[in-house]
Design a protein around this ligand. Structure first.
Ligand SMILES: [Zn+2]
Length: 155
């Protein structure tokens, strides 16, 4: 899954269990033949994760961030021609099902502390939205927040 080109894998510790589970679910969906699935980019944006992937030319449906004040609402736009297959009773395609799994995980990161993964709420006081649990929100206010980022820690 991590083979091939990527444009940046940047990751919060708090998301790790969720992401591990996501990888396992995608792995199960793909079966023994991984069919070219790989992660293109993992990053944080507006307080939640963005997991971008690619699979034989399939890419995630674009997510649009609607920002009003400090509230960010994510809207997923279905690309044309990829209508849900449920209409005729057949299973959605594998890329479509991966898209759904990734979207659920993305939404879940909006309420997980980026440091420890406990339930958290977005910090609304700053332009850079961080989701933190009570304990880490206090640390953050005191300027003592430990780094939550794998890529920064391990270089
Ligand atoms: Zn925390």
């Amino acid at each position: 899954m991590f083979a091939g080109e990527n444009i940046g894998l940047s990751f919060c510790r708090g998301w790790f269990p969720l992401f591990t589970q996501l990888c396992e679910e995608i792995d199960a969906l793909l079966g023994p033949d991984k069919r070219g699935f790989h992660w293109v980019q993992l990053k944080e944006k507006f307080g939640s994760a963005r997991f971008n992937w690619e699979m034989n030319g399939h890419r995630p449906a674009p997510m649009i961030n609607l920002i009003s004040g400090t509230q960010v609402t994510m809207v997923v736009r279905r690309s044309s021609g990829s209508s849900p297959a449920e209409a005729d009773g057949s299973q959605p395609s594998i890329p479509r099902r991966i898209d759904n799994l990734v979207q659920q995980a993305t939404l879940a990161t909006r309420s997980l502390c980026i440091v420890c993964g406990k339930p958290g709420i977005p910090n609304q006081e700053e332009p850079w939205i961080l989701v933190l649990c009570d304990e880490h929100a206090i640390q953050h206010r005191q300027g003592e927040l430990e780094s939550a980022w794998f890529d920064k820690e391990e270089q």
